[in-house]
Design a protein around this ligand. Structure first.
Ligand SMILES: [Zn+2]
Ligand SMILES: [Zn+2]
Length: 83
């Protein structure tokens, strides 16, 4: 069985999601100012990798990783689709 990547596309995720991918936690997981939704929950099961870490943009759109609707910086990550 081959696991060729047939498509890669960018998603824009909040800092919490980015840190969870990079470190497994974000440092504020279980504090009162931490996230209320599970980071990367919308992308569970996907093959993810970090995008360009300099590629940060402010957006009003909700996070594509967890659905957090706070207007904030979003970080680039890539989703790899396998055949
Ligand atoms: Zn966290
Ligand atoms: Zn998020």
């Amino acid at each position: 069985m081959t696991m060729a990547i047939i498509e890669t596309y960018a998603v824009w995720v909040c800092k919490d999601c980015m840190l969870h991918h990079a470190n497994g936690e974000c440092g504020t997981c279980h504090t009162e100012w931490g996230h209320t939704v599970e980071p990367l929950s919308k992308l569970s099961g996907e093959d993810l990798s970090m995008g360009d870490t300099d590629n940060v943009r402010f957006t009003w759109y909700s996070c594509e990783g967890c659905g957090d609707g706070t207007a904030d910086d979003r970080y680039e990550m890539w989703v790899h689709v396998h055949d």
